[in-house]
Design a protein around this ligand. Sequence first.
Ligand code: CU
Length: 633
Amino acid sequence: MMCSLALPGRRVPGTTRLVRWARALVVLIAAVCTAQCALVRVTPLSRVEPNDNRSAAGVVERDTLHVALVVRMAEWRPEADSGPAIAVAALAEEGKAPQIPAPLIRVREGAAIAVTVRNALRDSTIRLVGLGTRPSSGHDTLVLTPGESKQVRFATGSPGTYLYRAIIGKHNPDKDDEREQAAGAFVVDPPGGSPPDRVFVLNIWGETKDSVTYRNALTINGRSWPWTERIAATVGDTMRWRVINATVRPHPMHLHGAFFRVEHTGDGFADSALTPRARRLVVTEVMPPMHTMAIAWAPVREGRWLFHCHIAFHVIPTAARVNPAAHGGHDENSTDPLEHMAGLVLGIDARLPPGARAPARGAARRLDLFVQQGARRGRSARTLAFVLQRGATPPAADSVEIPGSTLVLTRDEPTDVLVHNRLREPASIHWHGLELESFSDGVAGWSGSDRRTAPFVAPNDTFRVHLSTPRAGTFIYHTHLRDEEQISSGLYGAIVVLEPGRRLDPRTDHLFVVGWDGAGAKVHQLVNGDSVSSLPLEMRAGETHRLRFINIGAAGRVTFSLRRDSTLAAWRALAKDGADLPTAQAIVRPARLTIDVGETYDFAFRPSSAGEYVLSAPVDARGARWSRRIIVR
Ligand SMILES: [Cu+2]
């Protein structure tokens, strides 16, 4: 619609007051009209509201939840309110702001749900998936052409954590850019209600900007770090979280400073409660695409902690920002946690309950660990390493070990690590899986508390880390700064915590540590620093060996298998992430392991007779295999 206004065509000399008034009126009308024209020509999109999933959508009348939804274009700012905006199709309740994640549908078992959905998009048909009774076959798709409205009515079905989503147009997630912002939580509570919980939904929007840059919004409840919510927690108080991966990518979700118990898992359509015997205690749980989990955990110690995806590209500013170029090169080198991390990261601030005090720490054993650079090897642009001082003299300044020196500790023996940074850049080390004090946790600028925040370790400086080791098991230490580049250059190693009185016997105790050899397009995984194979292991028939596996690459799972001829051998599962498995799970099973980044697994292997075995794993996309022969006599 065009605006037209008859303006005076000629100037009348000797203007009277009346004429001046008339002119002023015309100017005012013109201004108002111009503004209205602009409004009509470019209707501003409604702003997406980040959805913290604390309040449910709709209204309950008698036994029915009524929800009216609309899918429309909206402006989303996944970072700061003044940050970059993207135009996305999003779900809203009719008459309310669009939300990412989509409005929470939450109701008690036994209710009916009546949902009206309207497709307000001008040019795209949408498919709504997940609005149906649970468990569901997944065939409850609702198709809406532009402008169309439909209503569905269904019973809740079984209690659990589910998801629903709108697929926009002919979008093919395998080929196209990522469009997983129109998805949200669907929770069915038992008739008596659920204990207090929080719901966290992971959404991703991604777009190819040019041949080298991908723009990304990776969000938890609609926000990317550091704009994600800060969770207030109390040491010892159990928190229950429902986590929903509404994206087409897997995410190994990792918790700092405490273990969490996985109580339910689901695929969005069905939810399985794990029996107490089947539950596992982990610090990293891989969430497959479009899957859910319900977890319970309590902070062990006060201070600031993180819950984040362990895939480097989902948490670094150069890959996990809407405008990575605006941040690249700056944030990457920053030691400010608000800048050196991005994307799928949630911050937790745990306080001691009133009157409680942090546990006292006894006299500590001391280790000296050097962070240093050596001669370039492999495909990395440079080679960095953690090297432990053995004996009275520090290691040569250019010596490297890939993986870093294994730290062998004893359960409940306080150990201090004096970190010496010999690099020309800041260092910060995370002690992955240890229930230690926050100040020593290794997230520069974040770990610690309001009273005392951990710094990075400056070049030529040292930092004393207080380790705590309440469990015997297999853990990891690795850089938590410039993750992609530093970790791919070698800044990772294993921690083995033994029961008091035990010694690590390298003849029967074996570590297999997966890392990356260089970042970028030519990704290649290493096992124990080797890309192809290493010297055979020797074992005796009837003897029990412990095999400890760690994956601490920048991204990507690895599948190990142990075979005799072409037949899979068997091993007994012992532990995951350093926590012993419950007896019911510590069973003999086929010797095949898929391990994702940030995970550790322990197995016992007892070859019964003489012969030759091969432990192997594919280590690149072109089919190269790492392998190690095991000769049993
Ligand atoms: Cu991830």
